[in-house]
Write a protein that binds this ligand. Structure first.
Ligand code: PEP
Length: 251
């Protein structure tokens, strides 16, 4: 089964609305002629509308960096799936390690966010990954299994077509350290086998698993050559159009 690559940029809390629009236009220029892979941009909420406008007609997917499970209500500081769609977004990230570590989001909360987004038709990128301490104490696969099982709890097989998993070892995010190719492929293979167990072979075979953690132009080609790496979730290098342009044009 061939999976269409997905190259995603997570801009985190960077860029004003005007700066984000400009970066989106530059990325769109680098993405021109790229027809065999998907490109996704996750700007801050405040820049979503402008970015969606800037990439209209290019096929670039616009995503929120998080999403609430409710459509509306007393949830100060949250953004609903309907609000994301209203601004032109069709996807959202959930469970990013910064949400888990800094803002103490739990597996249960992340699962609710994921299901809320799926129910409203969004494509959902579930981010998972172990900390350095967990890796060093030999708990990596156990942690990944827990995050996948709880993240996908009560997600129907029919909705899995809109689920993407991003494996991002926490110790590799923004640190300049990338997991070795073998470590990344081992984790991706493990995640795919887990999805076979939870669902079925076809669902696992068509589900995209992205690698994230200090992805840059220098390592993207090697990462993308791995059988279970179907794309990348890129932080720092996605803030520079030329670097991200090189990443989306991996060979
Ligand atoms: C991320 O934000 O998901 C990420 C992987 O960041 P970086 O590429 O900067 O490590």
């Amino acid at each position: 089964m061939t999976r269409r690559a997905l190259m995603a940029g997570n801009w985190k809390m960077h860029k004003t609305a005007a700066e984000a629009k400009l970066l989106a236009e530059q990325v769109a220029a680098f993405g021109q002629g790229v027809t065999d892979r998907d490109i996704l941009l996750a700007p801050p909420f405040t820049a979503l509308g402008g970015v969606a406008e800037a990439v209209k007609g290019t096929g670039i997917i616009v995503a929120g960096q998080n999403v609430c499970w409710e459509e509306q209500g007393a949830f100060t500081g949250e953004i609903s799936p309907l609000m994301l769609k209203d601004l032109g977004a069709s996807a959202a990230l959930v469970g990013h390690s910064e949400r888990r570590q800094i803002f103490r989001e739990t597996d249960e909360m992340i699962n609710r966010r994921l299901r809320g987004g799926l129910d409203q038709g969004l494509t959902m990128v579930l981010c998972i990954g172990e900390t350095l301490e967990e890796r060093e104490s030999g708990q990596t696969m156990e942690i990944l299994e827990k995050q996948v099982r709880s993240g996908l709890a009560e997600v129907a097989a029919a909705q899995m077509i809109r689920v993407v998993i991003a494996y991002e070892p926490v110790w590799a995010i923004g640190t300049g350290k990338t997991a070795s190719i073998d470590q990344a492929q081992e984790a991706h293979g493990f995640i795919r086998r887990l999805v076979v167990d939870l669902y079925e072979k076809d669902i696992a075979a068509s589900m995209r698993i992205l690698y994230g953690g200090s992805v840059k132009p220098a390592n993207i080609d090697e990462l993308m050559a791995q059988p279970d790496i179907d794309g990348a979730l890129v932080g720092g290098a996605a803030l520079d159009a030329e670097s991200f342009g090189r990443i989306i044009n991996f060979s």
